[in-house]
Design a protein around this ligand. Structure first.
Ligand code: ADP
Ligand code: ADP
Ligand code: ZN
Length: 216
């Protein structure tokens, strides 16, 4: 099963992708995570992406399409994947369609996660993750059970993203509304779209996604 989680920054895509990954045996493919890894490694892609990401803009279609194309050929993706943060533009969506067709794959569902804009600011400015295992947290909505210690791996190495500040978020939201939100209409017209209430509690959001996947 191959699915897309679509939604603005802070909608909960990464959080839910990690949860469904475990319950469904799918692989989370986050272009944001892959690009951050490339930046950290100082690779050619990373050098091109760094400044754009810091400013909250979009990395070129060519780069992200190349990354996804290579990644979905890997053995762990053959059982299915969850696209988190890709596609983000209409050309990316078109390229994905061609890619999947050429590999004899298809999309089972595109799930739009709806969250009010004011809520996104709160979600993004309070977000942090475990630097060792990637578990996601929030200052208010999901704190570690034991303060300063990751629930999942026990690490104290927490990280905040440089672009998770209110100013950069505004630019990212503009990119979302200009470039990404047309994908909602695009997938609706293709009869592939399901929309869920991303404002609900995390476990309730998971239930809504599971219900869609059960009939996808
Ligand atoms: P969020 O989860 O907050 O939406 P991501 O981790 O998905 O953020 O993305 C972080 C940044 O990486 C984006 O602001 C953008 O610069 C870049 N990026 C990630 N995915 C894409 C993509 N599909 N196309 C272009 N740029 C991307
Ligand atoms: P995205 O990947 O769409 O940018 P994340 O999954 O990283 O979003 O979630 C953004 C922040 O909001 C994280 O700190 C996460 O813990 C928190 N969060 C995610 N889903 C919910 C929810 N349903 N209710 C409250 N907080 C949430
Ligand atoms: Zn951890």
């Amino acid at each position: 099963m191959n699915i897309i989680l679509l939604g603005p920054p802070g909608a909960g895509k990464g959080t839910q992708a990690r949860l469904i990954e475990n319950s469904r045996g799918l692989v989370q493919l986050s272009t944001g995570d892959m690009l951050r890894a490339a930046v950290a490694a100082g690779s050619e892609v990373g050098l091109k992406a760094k400044a754009v990401m810091e400013a909250g803009g979009l990395v070129s279609d060519e780069i992200v399409i190349g990354i996804i194309s290579d990644r979905i050929d890997e053995p762990d993706c053959q059982n299915g994947f969850i696209l988190d943060g890709f596609p983000r533009t209409l050309p990316q969506a078109a390229a994905l369609e061609d890619l999947l067709a050429s590999k004899n794959k298809s999309l089972n569902a595109v799930i739009e996660m709806r969250v009010d804009d004011e809520k996104l600011v709160e979600r993004i400015t309070g977000r942090f993750t475990c630097g060792d295992c990637g578990e996601g947290y929030h200052d208010t909505f999901r704190t570690p059970k034991e303060e300063g210690k990751c629930d999942n791996c026990g690490s104290s190495n927490f990280k905040r993203r440089a672009d998770d500040n209110e100013e950069t978020l505004r630019t990212r939201l503009l990119s979302y509304y200009k470039e990404t939100s047309p994908l909602i209409g695009y997938y609706f017209a293709k009869d592939n779209l399901a929309s869920i209430d991303g404002m609900a509690d995390m476990s309730e959001v998971t239930n809504q996604i599971e219900t869609i996947l059960a009939s996808a």
